[in-house]
Design a protein around this ligand. Sequence first.
Ligand code: PEP
Length: 254
Amino acid sequence: MRQPLIAGNWKLNGTKVSAKALMTAVLEGAKEIGKAEIAVCPPFAFLDLGERLLSGGRVRLGAQNVCTEAGGAYTGEVSAAMLAEFGCRYVICGHSERREYYGETDAIVARKLAVVVSNRMTPILCVGETLEQREQGRMQEVIASQIDAIIEHNGIASFGQLEIAYEPVWAIGTGKTASPEQAQEVHDFIRHRIAGHDATIAAKVRILYGGSMKPGNAGELMSQADIDGGLIGGAALVAEDFLAICRAGDAAAS
Ligand code: PEP
């Protein structure tokens, strides 16, 4: 296992008061965490708060999305340079909710990855198949096409500058988790796909699992050889649960 990364995706949740309480609790609890790297990705509106509470500390700040463009007439968008200014270390790119509800294609995701990297932040590239695709036996085809599209647009070297999150769409927010064996199979597939182009990059890239990861299943998932942490949705909104997952990451790494 590589150094685990546990990143919380808060999605569209919280108020100024609850975001402050959650960040403060995670920051306090993080003092007990040894090896695992910890990040929280609140909505844009709370990045300023995140910068003030977290900068220089143990918990890194991330964003959930970014504009492909550097600036100009793109109402409602936020640029990578703006995220970097707020001290963001990570930016989630291509989450299945963005792909499904906002029409993000692989080409758009590739451009997002590029603007994030050029602003010295690290993208978390999300990939994953739907239940229908899995049931049709198309899981590998779907994952391969999502990975290959990034290789085609941004080059294999771009995988040396990002994190990957395997998030089976059928497991996100549903309470259904991929079994450790199911998840490991896909993580292994992704690593081999990258290794086909560059074995050194493949060995180093972190592949997080996301999809109803909870304190009760995190340890078993992260004990798999190719699961290097988690991208956590629902459980990231409860400080004790999120910290319990961080501890599981620590335990898996030792
Ligand atoms: C996510 O939103 O990336 C996610 C994995 O959500 P959940 O943990 O709630 O399934």
